[in-house]
Design a binder for this molecule. Structure first.
Ligand code: HEC
Length: 139
């Protein structure tokens, strides 16, 4: 998991305009001011899951497990978008079945809290992501 998180965050840092070798406060660059689900998605998720959620982001080939196609979460759950499960996976990972947890899908609750030490902000970000992912389901 560490490699995945690091890879994702480094890519995010690159996207935020951080140059190699430049002395910058990385932490502040890693905090995204915008809280909307779409912005949060583009910033933190598109590197692996792709701009449209297809699972074809630039980091996808580097992973052993392909990132999920996030437009198919409803389809693979009998047509119902599993918002509660998505919230749980984003916040805590798949703790209920650790053996099935991916080593490459970052657990976002602690990451958002580390970047912006506010439980409320982390909850708002994750709620925004859950809503955004619900909006991109292909029927
Ligand atoms: C470092 C790459 C990477 C990043 C960044 C990443 N993911 Fe993932 N994600 C994965 C991989 C790999 C899987 C597939 C895991 C598996 O099936 O074992 C996955 C799976 C998922 C799933 C499906 C989980 C399930 O149980 O069906 C969701 C939902 C998800 N990601 C949402 C997100 C969101 C939202 C973000 C941004 C906050 C994000 N991911 C960022 C790699 C990543």
């Amino acid at each position: 998991m560490r490699t995945g998180v690091l890879g994702g965050l480094l890519l995010v840092a690159a996207g935020a305009g951080v140059q190699a070798g430049q002395a910058v406060d990385l932490t502040s660059r890693l905090v995204l001011p915008a809280m909307s689900g779409r912005d949060t998605y583009s910033y933190f998720c598109a590197s692996c899951h792709g701009p449209d959620g297809r699972g074809d982001g630039p980091l996808a080939q580097e992973l052993r497990t392909l990132p999920a196609d996030l437009r198919a979460l409803a389809a693979s759950n009998g047509g119902n978008y599993p918002s509660e499960r998505v919230r749980e996976v984003l916040t805590h990972g798949r703790a209920a079945i650790p053996a099935h947890g991916s080593v490459e899908m970052p657990i976002w609750g602690p990451i958002f809290r580390a970047l912006d030490p506010s439980d409320e902000a982390a909850r708002v970000r994750i709620a925004g992501l859950v809503t955004y992912l619900g909006s991109i389901q292909s029927r």
